[in-house]
Design a protein around this ligand. Structure first.
Ligand SMILES: [Fe+2]
Ligand SMILES: [Fe+2]
Length: 303
């Protein structure tokens, strides 16, 4: 269970809320997240008036209609072959600069900046968790699915919030109303609380909507990364907002998921925070990250 406590000493006269788990794990490494993004608006303000709102809503309409159980199975089978490209993790960071994420109402910068901002912010607060720094750097690399060498998938099949298929769509999912046009919504095998799953079956057995999260998880795992389970969990579920923000679908989690979720909640603050204007000198930090990549990955990966 998560409780809110006041920790005024962290920020001088201004009081600050810090999330603390019952087991004492502090979910916030003492850093103060800014309240607004690069456009001066509140983070993830899907309902706020914004220039992008119509575009983002239309994105979710298509996403919710098109992500079905069958579609995801086909995508996992195809992209699970990892026969598209061979390249290093750093090559992929550079390749990602060519793509734009239309679903994100907060981000308007080259992707490599977002990756390094996330990683560097984590590094500052958790200096000893080098695996978490690298997780920050690589968590969005699956967005290369948008690139022509990866079949140039449509935005709705790459980015945006993710959610389970094969059971009822929870109402906490952003723009839930559009699921009414998804064929799975009307399929009795898929539209109950448990659907094809059972209590505590573990998220590893749950089919998630297809996108950059699950793809990067497959790439890391199949290329034999030595990153810990919490890292793979963060990569795979960082867009699963109905779980880590709203607490839905917990009935499908097992004990290992519950442990890993604590790290995902830490990570998520940095993922959002880094979408503000903090410039990073790429060349200066590059040697540190190249060493981490060498520690946890082979020199070349199959994508
Ligand atoms: Fe992401
Ligand atoms: Fe991200």
């Amino acid at each position: 269970m998560t409780i809110l406590i006041d920790q005024p000493e962290l920020v001088g006269e201004e009081e600050k809320k810090v999330l603390v788990e019952e087991n004492g794990l502090v979910l916030d490494g003492g850093f103060l997240a800014p309240e607004t993004n690069s456009f001066g608006q509140t983070f993830r303000a899907y309902d706020a008036e914004s220039q992008r709102q119509a575009g983002v809503e239309n994105f979710y309409r298509i996403n919710h209609i098109s992500q079905t159980y069958d579609f995801v199975q086909r995508m996992r089978e195809d992209y699970g072959k990892l026969d598209k490209v061979e390249m290093s993790i750093w090559d992929c960071c550079e390749l990602l600069n060519d793509v734009v994420d239309e679903s994100d109402p907060d981000l308007d910068e080259p992707q490599i900046e977002h990756l390094l901002q996330t990683a560097e912010a984590i590094r500052k607060d958790y200096p000893n968790e080098d695996w978490l720094h690298l997780t920050g750097l690589i968590h969005d690399l699956g967005k290369v699915l948008l690139h022509p060498s990866f079949g140039e998938l449509r935005q709705w099949a790459v980015v945006g919030d993710t959610y389970p298929l094969g059971c009822a769509f929870d109402e906490s999912i952003v723009h839930h109303k559009y699921f009414k046009e998804n064929p799975d919504y009307h399929n009795p095998a898929y539209n109950t609380k448990y659907g094809v799953y059972s209590e505590g079956c573990g998220l590893n057995n749950v089919l998630m909507s297809w996108g950059h999260d699950d793809y990067m998880y497959l790439v890391a795992k199949e290329n034999g990364t030595t990153l810990p389970s919490a890292s793979l969990f963060i990569i795979r579920y960082h867009s699963f907002y109905s779980l880590h923000k709203s607490g839905s679908y917990k009935h499908l989690m097992n004990e290992e998921d519950a442990e890993n979720l604590k790290w995902l909640q830490i990570f998520n603050k940095y993922d959002l925070y880094s979408k503000s204007k903090v410039r990073i000198d790429v060349e200066k930090v590059k040697p540190y990250y190249l060493a981490l990549i060498e520690k946890y990955f082979p020199a070349k990966l199959r994508w």
